[in-house]
Design a protein around this ligand. Structure first.
Ligand code: GUN
Length: 305
């Protein structure tokens, strides 16, 4: 039987409706500032979606777009000014930043109470100790997909491939908090398929198109694909997509020069997994919804309901 597709859209819509209802009940308007530097095309799309959604849900949104030659000191000043403003509850500095900028120093300058990305060491530490914190949006979205799709987490073996600070590490922490038995795999892991095949829940966050193949997936596993990669090679696309999906993927390559592919080979996952999040249309849609949820949570924590 082919895997059940875990669609992100209805779950993201449900979360956004919940957030909009919560915003309506507040006596103030939560505000989110998104800082973008330069002209990275993917960042422009992501930030556009964050700004639009913030406004749709009745919150105040500010998009601060700076030239790529901004200095470290200037960017730090922008963050400090946002920290000091009472109308701004959440601050997100879109990554990647230009090479001359020290990301770490910028992210650590954000007031932890406004750190809606959950990247500040204070929030990372609080998460690892099981304390209330602002949690990175993408892994938080994965937990929502699992829970709202009635996929049990407690007591099951969750294997995370990837150990980035944005996804892999916080993902493992959140799964642990949900009482899963957690294994983290990475580029130095020996005999990866032997480990990932044991997963009841397999999370792919590696950043390589179609890396997870059938041999990595245990029968009936829930496979969550966090990757977003561009594929422009038509022969490679033919290895990734079923006969049914391939024509529209080839048409996308023809038209835009690429098609979006996750870290999992979708054709092979559909044959082996119990359930599977598609790319696009899976986890990606949850990330913005969780950012909205974090913004309201930050506002309520800082100002009181
Ligand atoms: N770039 C890609 N993903 C993210 C994210 O979750 N937060 C920020 N700030 N930048 C990103």
């Amino acid at each position: 039987m082919p895997a059940q597709l875990l669609q992100g859209k209805p779950i993201a819509e449900a979360i956004k409706s919940e957030v909009a209802a919560e915003v309506m009940g507040l006596h103030f308007r939560p505000g989110l500032a998104v800082v973008r530097v330069g002209e990275d095309p993917a960042s422009a799309v992501y930030v556009g979606s964050k700004v639009r959604t913030t406004e749709e849900l009745g919150m105040y949104s500010e998009h601060i777009h700076m030239q790529p030659d901004i200095t470290q000191a200037e960017l730090l000043n922008i963050v400090r000014e946002l920290n000091a403003r009472n109308d701004i509850d959440g601050i997100l500095v879109q990554l990647p930043l230009p090479g001359h900028i020290n990301d770490r120093e910028i992210l650590e300058a954000i007031d932890p109470a406004k750190d809606v990305d959950g990247f500040h060491p204070m929030n990372v530490g609080r998460l690892s100790q099981g304390l209330e914190s602002l949690v990175p949006c993408t892994p938080a979205g994965v937990i929502e997909i699992l829970k709202r799709s009635n996929i049990e987490i407690a007591g099951r073996h969750a294997v995370v491939i990837g150990r980035s600070n944005i996804v892999g590490k916080p993902m493992a922490m959140l799964l642990l908090q949900e009482n899963a038995t957690v294994t983290i795999c990475h580029s130095r892991t020996r005999d990866l398929p032997a480990i990932t095949r044991q997963a009841d829940i397999l999370i792919a966050a590696i950043g390589r198109a179609g890396f997870v193949r059938g041999e990595h997936i245990g029968e009936n596993a829930a496979v969550v694909d966090v990757g977003i990669n561009n594929v422009s090679d038509k022969d490679f696309a033919a290895e990734l997509f079923s006969e049914e999906d391939l024509p529209k993927r080839l048409a996308a390559i023809e038209k835009r020069g690429f098609t979006l592919v996750g870290d999992v080979n979708p054709k092979e996952a559909m044959e082996r997994a119990g359930s599977f999040t598609p790319v696009p249309g899976g986890v990606g849609l949850l990330t913005v919804a969780m950012l909205m949820k974090n913004t309201v949570a930050a506002a309520v924590m800082r100002r009181g309901a």
